[in-house]
Every structure is written in structure tokens, then in C-alpha cells.
Design a protein around this ligand. Structure first.
Ligand code: KIV
Ligand code: ZN
Length: 513
């Protein structure tokens, strides 16, 4: 059975999700997990777009060993040079050069004639091939391109040295039948097509990204691109976990497999959801919390009699309901350290100490500390990134009652003015906190979204808050966890503002090209 290569672009196309901005440590943590998941290729970013992206790609390229690391470059020498600088230390460096081939993109966006696009594509692939052992070329908006012109471009870039050619459905417009036909056409009309992997890259604007990816496989694609949880530009990309599990469960129909380690799917999904703030809907295929929940009496009855009456995928296949050991007040450092490493974290001694202190504080308030709690604590410690300038809540006091206006008093460590204190009221306690922080923070901050959920079950569960902020007009996400909802809310807000400060520092060192 032939193996399909999986190309993950969570850290590039996925990071283009509005409001998602991951710091370097968070990207590294995701990259390590993608490696554990057995991804063939990961696109770590777009190095020419910002200093932050460049540094993250470089760090990932140096750390990841068993997954090939690639990065995006426009069909420009300077982008390819920057990508090489970021990727040259990778075990298997490869570059992803893209240029649009559809009439609408060529005329209005590029303002180039088709012959010029063809020439540029060939020149830039040849240029990239002087540095990179593997060059991938993407014909942006391929699915709306003229087939004979597209075939000409594909043949020419393969002759120029591209060994992977990607045909994206950039705007999520194609139907599965049309998208499949485009691949069949290339197989039939491009004489050197066997020298390259054909790749599919689908967006989900019409909800067909996964179906289109499968149609591409049925018509000769050997690589599938997408993101975990399907995050990405606009409606997102094809959800890779869905493609992988569909191939596995329906191998009778598709006759292709992947080398993904399927039981790492749930952990990867949770990690990405936590770090990006993009919550996974409960009913989402494969990774949603309710994807394996059977509610109706008839279904439950059927399940009890014979699980396969209603269950085509076992939760264990994708790593759900894995052992959930419980630690408590009397658990020692050895048990704690062992469990943290079993959960896949490699913390330094100082980080382990910090995580252990947080665990101990939690056991004062929570009888049973679950894997979910430990995962959250370890992830917080592992991905804590101190920006050059930072805000920190030093003290928080909230009052409310039947006769009182909800009021928050906060002492805030500020980057430039030492500790500042003030108090504000609000219609509710969270609003009071946010009004107070807004008064203390120098940047112009507007809250655009606020979400809260509990980590695990029970009244004493940790609270996890995700916020979307506009900081000086730019969107940022923030995340905070605590065993108190109000504390978690203040952490999330300050975390979002600190991300904005860090992004501003990085932009200052190298403007976006
Ligand atoms: O959707 C798209 O066309 C892309 C390209 C850059 C490959 O993301
Ligand atoms: Zn895309």
C-alpha cells in the first residue's frame, strides 16, 4: 500500500489565522509535537515576513531531526536567500517557493503576463536549487488556472529542479471532482511528472478541503498539505488528522496509508488548541470532545451490545482517554517528574522546579491533580517567554456583593514606570479587572473576544481563559490559567499585551520585507 507524505503548515498557514500569534517557544513546542506525530514535512514559517518568523524557523530547523523542515518564500531571490539563512542548519532543509498561475492573480495581483510568470517560476526554482537539495514549487490558485498553462509551468519547474509540485486550491473554490481532474490532467499531460511528488493544498471555504485532498490522492497526489485542527487563513486548511484517519479507517477504499502515529493526534490537537487559542468544537471529527460520545439511548444500547454498531473509530486509536493518572498532595517529586516526562515534556531543572511548585500550590486547592492539569502547568512553564519589556500583575483584589459595584484594584508591574496601582468598577468582576488593566497599560487595548473553559472536570478544575485583543490596532491572543477564574482572566489579558510588546520589539529590529 503506497504511503502518502504529510506536510503540515500549522506554523505557517495555520499561524495566518486572524489573531493567532505564537511566540518562539510555543512554535518550538508545536514543532516537537509534529515530529512526534510522525509528520513527513513541516512548514515552520515565512522567514522573510518578519524577524520573529526568521528566528522561529531557525530554531525549529536546528531542533527537529526526523521531520523535514521547510519555509515559505515568494518567487524572489531575497526571500529564497532569507529562507536559506534560516534553514541551512536543518537536517533535511527544503524550500517552498510559490507564484500564482491563475488569470485573475496574474493580471490583478502580480500584473505579469503568463510568459513572465513562467520565466520567473523557472528562474527562481533554479536559483533555489543552487542552495536547497529539495525545492517545492507551488502554483498559487492552481485550481482556477488554465489547465494547459498550468501543465506548462509544472513541466518547466520540474525541469528546473523542483521535486515537489503543489497545486493549491487557494480560495477553497474547487469541487472534489474538479480538483481530482486537475491532478489526473497533470499525470496525463506533463511528460516529466514522475520526477516529482504532486502535492495537494486545500482551503475549506466551501467545507470541502478534506474531500478535495482525498480526491487528489485518488488522482495521483503523493503529498497532502494541511494543518492540525484545520486552522488557517479564512475558513482554514484541510484538517490533516481527518485525512490521516480517513485513509486508515477506509484503507479498503483509498488503498493508501501514512506514517503518522495516530495515537499522538489528540495530544497534538490539544496542544495546538491551547497555544493558538483556537478552540476545537465539541462535534469536530476525530478530535472534538464529543466525537466519541454516544448520547441517544438506542445508540448506547447498541454500543453495549456490540461497539461496532455505532463506533467506526476507537478513541484509543487517536490517543483519547489515554491513562489519566491522578497525583495529589502526597505525591513526591519523583512521581511528578516521571509523569511530566511521560506526558512528553523535557523540562530543564529550573523549569521542573517551577512546575513542581505550581503543582504543590494546586494540591492545596485541588484534591486530585489530573494529567490535564499537569499538561497545562508544564506547557505554561515550557512556553513562558519573557519579552524584553513586560507587564505583570503583582496584586489583584476584587470586591462585589449585592450592595457593591464590582470593583477591581490592581498593582501592575509596568515595563517603563515601575509598579502602578489603581481601581476601576465594571458591570461584572471580569469587566472591572479589564477596565483597571486598561487604565494601567500604556498601549491602547480593546477586548474583542473572551472564552473560558475548565481544564478537566470538577468544581476545583483549573480555569483556562483565552482572549482576543486589539493592541494598538493589531490583533493578539492571550492565554491564562489559574485555579481562580478572575486570576486566569487577568493573566490572559496581560499575556496578550506582552505578546504585542514582543512582536513590536521584533518588528523594530527588522522591518517586514
Ligand atoms: O493557499 C495557498 O495557495 C498557499 C500557498 C502559499 C501554497 O498557502
Ligand atoms: Zn494556503
Amino acid at each position: 500500500m503506497a504511503q502518502i507524505k504529510f506536510f503540515d503548515t500549522t506554523l505557517r498557514d495555520g499561524e495566518q489565522t486572524p489573531g493567532v500569534n505564537l511566540n518562539k517557544l510555543e512554535k518550538l513546542e508545536i514543532a516537537r509535537q509534529l515530529e512526534r506525530l510522525g509528520m513527513d514535512v513541516m512548514e515552520a514559517g515565512f522567514p522573510a515576513s518578519s524577524e520573529g518568523d526568521f528566528l522561529a524557523v531557525q530554531e525549529i530547523a536546528r531542533s527537529v531531526k526526523t521531520t523535514a523542515v521547510t519555509a515559505l518564500a515568494r518567487a524572489k531571490k531575497s526571500d529564497i536567500d532569507t529562507a536559506w539563512e534560516a534553514l541551512k542548519d536543518a537536517e533535511q532543509p527544503r524550500v517552498h517557493v510559490f507564484l500564482a498561475t491563475s488569470p485573475i492573480h496574474m493580471e490583478y495581483k502580480l500584473k505579469k503576463k503568463p510568459e513572465e510568470v513562467l520565466r520567473t517560476a523557472v528562474e527562481m526554482v533554479s536559483y533555489a536549487k543552487e542552495r536547497f537539495p529539495i525545492v517545492q514549487f507551488s502554483a498559487e490558485d492552481a485550481s482556477r488556472s488554465e489547465l494547459s498553462f498550468l501543465a506548462q509551468v509544472v513541466e518547466a519547474v520540474i525541469d528546473a529542479g523542483a521535486t515537489v509540485v503543489n497545486l493549491p486550491d487557494t480560495v477553497g473554490y474547487a469541487t472534489p471532482a474538479e480538483y481530482g481532474k486537475m491532478f489526473a490532467y497533470m499525470k496525463e499531460h506533463v511528460p516529466n511528472i514522475e520526477k516529482a511528488d504532486l502535492s495537494a493544498h486545500c482551503h475549506d471555504d466551501l467545507g470541502m478541503a478534506v474531500a478535495n485532498s482525498i480526491a487528489a490522492i485518488e488522482n495521483g497526489a503523493t503529498q497532502i498539505e494541511g494543518t492540525v485542527n484545520g486552522i488557517g487563513e479564512r475558513a482554514g486548511n484541510a484538517a490533516l488528522e481527518e485525512v490521516a484517519v480517513a485513509l486508515h479507517i477506509r484503507k479498503d477504499a483509498y488503498e493508501h496509508t501514512s506514517r503518522l502515529v495516530l495515537h499522538e493526534i489528540k495530544r497534538t490537537s490539544s496542544l495546538i488548541s491551547k497555544l493558538t487559542g483556537m478552540t476545537v468544537p465539541g462535534n469536530k471529527a476525530i478530535v472534538g470532545d464529543h466525537a466519541f460520545a454516544h448520547e441517544s439511548g438506542i445508540h448506547q444500547d447498541g454500543m453495549l451490545k456490540h461497539a461496532e454498531t455505532y463506533e467506526i473509530i476507537t478513541p484509543a486509536l487517536v490517543g483519547m482517554n489515554a491513562t489519566n493518572l491522578v497525583l495529589g498532595k502526597h505525591s513526591g517529586r519523583h512521581a511528578f517528574n516521571t509523569r511530566i516526562s511521560e506526558l512528553g515534556f523535557a523540562l530543564s531543572d529550573a523549569q521542573l522546579q517551577e512546575a513542581f511548585d505550581r503543582f504543590k500550590r494546586l494540591t492545596d486547592k485541588k484534591k486530585e491533580v489530573t494529567d490535564d492539569d499537569l499538561f497545562t502547568i508544564a506547557l505554561d512553564v515550557q512556553t513562558k517567554h519573557d519579552p524584553v519589556r513586560t507587564y505583570e500583575v503583582k496584586a489583584l483584589q476584587v470586591t462585589m456583593g449585592p450592595q457593591n459595584l464590582p470593583t477591581a484594584t490592581i498593582a501592575l508591574q509596568t515595563p517603563d514606570d515601575g509598579i502602578k496601582e489603581t481601581a476601576r468598577t465594571g458591570h461584572g468582576t471580569v469587566e472591572a479587572i479589564y477596565n483597571t488593566l486598561e487604565a494601567l497599560i500604556a498601549e491602547r487595548v480593546t477586548l474583542t473576544d473572551y472564552r473560558i473553559h475548565s481544564v478537566g472536570k470538577g468544581e476545583d478544575a483549573l480555569a483556562e481563559v483565552h482572549v482576543q485583543l486589539q493592541v494598538d490596532g493589531e490583533p493578539f491572543t492571550g492565554r491564562g490559567t489559574a485555579n481562580d477564574v478572575l486570576k486566569a482572566s487577568s493573566h490572559a489579558y496581560v499575556n496578550g499585551v506582552n505578546r504585542a510588546l514582543r512582536a513590536a520589539t521584533l518588528k523594530k529590529t527588522q522591518p517586514i520585507t
